[in-house]
Design a protein around this ligand. Structure first.
Ligand code: BV8
Ligand code: ZN
Length: 246
């Protein structure tokens, strides 16, 4: 697999590298991407319809059954060469920030350190009643009770993810915006449809970064980036990482 010399030159020279990942990075781990996740029982639902506060308010049990189904899928998944290549790259880069839209925590499992999870995690929960209890981690599969309760007030718990129509966590969003000040911004395995995450690559380009997209298909970002390479992330990323690390 060959890469345009300009890409390798920019990556080798880059002091500050920022990478944005989406569901395509976890596809090879067996985690269905967000848009093709709906199989079997879930085929009749659209993710955008289930991943909302309105759906949860109306049918908390149904929404929790969807998340419980995704948790048991992700529980069987392991990081793939794409996740591991990003861990190696972080070790060698002067400054490296990984922004992920994924809620599967596979970047955490792989060992990425400077990670911004802008859409939360399937393995975290918070109190729907907002009793003040802080977010807690629960990796049990299956969950003890469905829907689960808040350990502090015994009220309804909710998945620790960001739903459509909800604002992204301020700390992560501000850090992600700051990471647009970089030499190279790479967007990997995302349909580039969901904002504000999808806007980051444009912000990085506006601030002078060399921008590249690694994705299986053309996306709305493809025409905007300096370089769009189409192929599987679990092949492209290890290949790039090998070529740029001494
Ligand atoms: C916000 C967590 C401010 C949950 C997710 C109306 C009202 C309110 C807001 C809006 C509105 N209209 C628009 C908006 C904004 C909205 C938005 O962007 N909507 C889109 C659909 C138009 N955004 C929001 O609501 C955000 N909040 O704006 O707050 C606000 C507040 C109040 C009121 C107004 C505004 C919140 C967005 C976060 C939503 N939560 N996830 C959960 O997971 O259950 S988003 C969800 O989709 C995923 O987390 C993922 O992050 C995101 C994008 O999906 P991708 O990761 O890109 O996956 P996808 O399947 O789409 O694509 C995979 C790609 O990989 C494909 O291109 C494929 O070709 C490629 N691929 C596959 N295999 C491989 C591969 N590539 C390489 N290698 C492979 N092997
Ligand atoms: Zn509570």
């Amino acid at each position: 697999m060959t890469f345009p010399p300009e890409l390798l030159r920019c990556l080798v020279a880059a002091q500050r590298v920022t990478v944005l990942t989406g569901a395509g990075v976890s596809a090879e781990s067996g985690v269905p991407t967000f848009r093709d996740a709906q199989t079997g029982l879930w085929a009749k639902f659209k993710p955008e319809e289930l991943a909302t506060p309105t759906a949860f308010r109306r049918e908390p049990r149904l929404v929790w059954e969807w998340y419980a189904w995704r948790r048991q899928l992700v529980a069987k998944a392991n990081p793939n060469p794409a996740h591991l290549a990003l861990v190696e790259w972080e070790k060698r880069a002067s400054s490296f920030t990984l922004i992920t839209q994924n809620v599967d925590d596979l970047h955490v499992q792989a060992g990425t350190e400077n990670l911004l999870r802008v859409h939360g995690s399937l393995w975290e929960l918070s109190c729907w009643q907002a009793c003040g209890a802080s977010t807690w981690r629960d990796e049990s599969v299956p969950l003890q009770t469905l829907p689960p309760s808040c350990p502090a007030c015994r009220g309804l718990a909710r998945p620790g993810v960001v739903w459509f129509g909800e604002s992204l966590p301020t700390r992560e969003l501000e850090a992600a915006a700051a990471a647009c000040d970089c030499d190279v911004f790479l967007t990997v395995g995302t349909s580039a449809l969901v904002y504000p995450a999808a806007g980051l690559v444009h912000e990085a380009k506006r601030r002078g970064a060399f921008t590249a997209e690694l994705n299986l298909e053309v996306t709305p970002a493809s025409a905007e980036v300096d370089l769009a390479i189409h192929g599987p992330a679990d092949e492209l990323l290890p290949n790039i990482s090998r070529r740029i690390t001494p």
